[in-house]
Design a protein around this ligand. Structure first.
Ligand SMILES: *Cc1c(COP(=O)(O)O)cnc(C)c1O
Length: 350
């Protein structure tokens, strides 16, 4: 196991020392009595949102903890996973000193956040089969490498990383391994959440933006050891998840069968879309997907992209990403939307 892992050595010294901002709602802990709240300078007239939200999002965490089999203290919520990822950077990486490792082609936010926080981004391109090049990754690690980002299933390639590769990285790296599982609910594979207790350096991010159909409310989730979550909690903005988001998330989380029904439909549509795309002459390769999108290598991706826009359909041209020359990424839509896409593609002139 990871004998040399020492969380206090990873945390930025200023974060280790600081005391978190203590908000009104942090200081007074409810004891169940009905109280008169004159502590937070709120407008007292009730309209549903005149009070500050619960800074610890207790109700949402309670549901997530029971559904996922973790402790509430192993969960941090943020304004989308983008905020969660930013908090991880700021808690652990010293600007202009530390570095992180990312594996392109992958989600663009890791690089943006590294740039914003003045952290060197050491890129180790995926292998031709879109799996991590574990030996090259471990070779890039030095004493200032704080984080390795693994996006699995990966955006934009759609595949999941092999358990053996991820496990080898977890066991041989003494910084944090952040596994971005934004698409895990579309995957046939297991979530690394099942193995959270095994690895003190494992951080998992998930989101309500994809399978749960709630990109508009911005709710990102981080699962990690209680110690790691305590560090992130210290630096998060006090009221980072608003009241409306907490309410809507609770409603949705209470109906897992509805979410599951939509996911199943998307998976059926994904297979149908892949089968139909593969019949088209200009489609050279369809990459297997564990997510709600399909990456395809096509002839003249730039032109196809423009023609689709002209026809009223927006897809993503990923051609400028490493290993992704001449690729388009198609999000799986409703059955009607997917039929429209296929119809428009058939009508395109060469
Ligand atoms: C869409 C996506 C997210 C979601 O980010 P949110 O801020 O939670 O909406 C995270 N990671 C990856 C890889 C994604 O593709």
């Amino acid at each position: 196991m990871n004998k040399d892992f020492d969380l206090n050595r990873l945390v930025r010294p200023n974060v280790l020392q600081m005391k978190p901002y203590s908000s009104a709602r942090d200081e007074y802990k409810t004891d169940g009595r009905k109280m008169t709240f004159l502590d937070a300078n709120e407008n007292p007239f009730e309209n549903g949102v005149n009070r500050y939200p619960d800074p610890q999002q207790g109700k949402v965490k309670q549901v997530l903890a029971s559904q996922k089999g973790v402790l509430e203290a192993q969960i941090l919520l943020g304004n989308g996973s983008d905020e969660v990822l930013d908090l991880i950077f700021r808690a652990f990486c010293r600007p202009q000193v530390d570095n992180v490792i990312t594996l392109p082609p992958t989600y663009g936010m890791y690089k943006v956040l590294a740039g914003l926080n003045e952290i060197e981004d050491r890129e180790v391109v995926l292998k031709q089969n879109f799996q991590p090049d574990v030996d090259s990754i471990l070779e890039k690690v030095d004493e200032r490498t704080k984080l390795i980002f693994l996006c699995s299933p990966n955006n934009p390639t759609g595949n999941s990383f092999s358990e053996a590769s991820v496990e080898k990285i977890l066991k041989n790296f003494n910084g944090l391994v952040v596994i971005d599982e934004a698409y895990i609910d579309f995957s046939a594979g297991r979530s690394w959440l099942e193995r959270l207790e095994e690895f003190p350096n494992l951080v998992i991010t998930q989101t309500l933006s994809k399978a749960y159909g709630m990109a508009g409310i911005r709710l990102g989730i981080c699962y990690a050891s209680e110690e790691i979550i305590a560090v992130l909690n210290k630096i998060k903005p006090p009221y980072n998840v608003n009241e409306l988001t907490q309410q809507r998330a609770l409603e949705r989380l209470s109906k897992p069968e509805e979410v599951n029904k939509e996911v199943q439909l998307i998976l059926t549509e994904r297979e149908l879309l892949a089968a139909n795309l593969s019949k088209m002459a200009f489609v050279k390769e369809i990459f297997p997907s564990d997510a709600n999108f399909i990456l395809a290598r096509v002839e003249n991706a730039g032109k196809k992209y423009e023609q689709l826009i002209e026809a009223g359909v927006v897809v993503r041209n990923r051609s400028n990403q490493q290993l992704c020359e001449n690729t388009l990424r198609f999000t799986v839509g409703t059955p009607t939307e997917n039929q429209e896409l296929l119809k428009k593609l058939k009508e395109l002139k060469a």
